[in-house]
Design a protein around this ligand. Sequence first.
Ligand code: F6P
Length: 328
Amino acid sequence: MAKKIKKIGVMTSGGDSPGMNAAIRAVVRACAYHNIDCIGIYRGFDGVIEGDFKPMNARSVKGIINKGGTILKSARSDEFRTKEGRKKAHESLTKAGIDALVTIGGDGTFTGALILNKEYGFPVMGIPGTIDNDIFGTTNTLGYDTALNTVVEAIDKIRDTASSHNRLFFVEVMGRDAGHIALNTGVGAGAEEILIPEEDLGLDRLLESLNRSKKSGKSSSIVVVAEGDKIGKNVFELKDYVEEHMSYYDVRVSVLGHMQRGGSPSCFDRVLASRMGVKAVESLLEGKSNFMVGLQNNTMELTPLEQAIKGKSAINLELLRVSDIMTT
Ligand code: F6P
């Protein structure tokens, strides 16, 4: 029979995202509600290895639901990638009497959790936290909704300059491997074109579309580009390319960067984090392990970590069509 869980460790790892603090709060409070101990683990898997632990009670997480970033800090651990590092990690978890882990992060975080389980049978549960929304098994990852709102607000401001000066702006948004942010903010902010890693629209089509918009009387335009887009040119090369072929355009580039990962989480992300934290703790207490909690059809569901890591969160291609129609 599986060991009864009396103490749960909670940690954040990989890139931070808004809503991580709300999820930490939810895990800590769900533990308090079920009368079990909760330990905060600092600096991701590095903190597990070094035993950077702090007991947390319901009051330790007061005043953080509205805060961006993660109070537990985050890191990408090279040592944990080694067998020796994981041995040390397991030893420090055992020494502290921690029976199970809730890991908040992306697929790298889940991969680490899964290896720990495979090698030591240690119970683990994942909460998806990344602004990229590129995790299979949940319609929303923590921070994605907030990032969308941050980006739309930024593009709205850029549009003021674009229209005042009759300019074309390339706005680069995050999404190394996924176009969710670009696609949704592109539609939400009324972009002329949206370039995403999942679809190679080609440079010709970009020029055609810009030409069409110029002919239709538009004096300014916004093109949203995901940082990982497949068109083969980075956003500055795109600017040069367009200027070379369409000298009548006054082109500027704006790379939004890490401002997209910060800020107070939206109400949606706070509620999602609260639900995910409760589901993660209660699933561990029911004896489940190696799952990620996720949102599907507005209910909390579990997806095997293996699938969450390997699966692909499909982008909504319908949005590309909607975007085309909107730019008529
Ligand atoms: O969290 C994922 C992500 O936001 C990517 O879209 C981006 O490429 C990356 O983080 C940047 O990470 P770092 O903070 O390590 O530069």
